[in-house]
Design a protein around this ligand. Sequence first.
Ligand code: HEM
Length: 118
Amino acid sequence: MTTLYERIGGEAAVDKAVDIFYDKIMADERISSFFENIDMFAQARKQKLFLTMVFGGPSEYTGKDMRSGHAGMGIDDSHFNAVVENLAATLAELGVSNDDIGEVAKIAESVRDDVLNR
Ligand code: HEM
């Protein structure tokens, strides 16, 4: 059985997706302010490793868990929805199938309560 990671296109596709994703985030006034003082190069590197892991690729992520990684930021459901929307739009642009985008959305849902610290 192929993994989501393989179907999306492996390392090259995840790298490209994360770069486009953060361009969208930085241009999105609903959420860009959260990233104002963040080193986006380091952030993109972590996000590539995190998504690679949760999509079923190699597990090389050594960053924080989603609860401690987002603690005290005041992220609410509307911010979370905006992030997922940008991720789905990025994957659609890269030609990922609707089924696979649905699977990514499910993975995102599975960390919602941790990211929102509830
Ligand atoms: C599917 C949802 C999300 C995933 C998978 C995700 C993933 C990550 C990862 C892997 C990190 C790195 C953690 C570390 O430093 O070790 C991180 C940090 C961060 N996330 Fe998220 N995130 C999500 C949702 C959000 C949302 C909704 C926001 C705000 C709108 C957000 C804002 C941030 C910020 C600002 C950081 C940087 C923290 C810092 O370096 O001080 N994230 N996220």
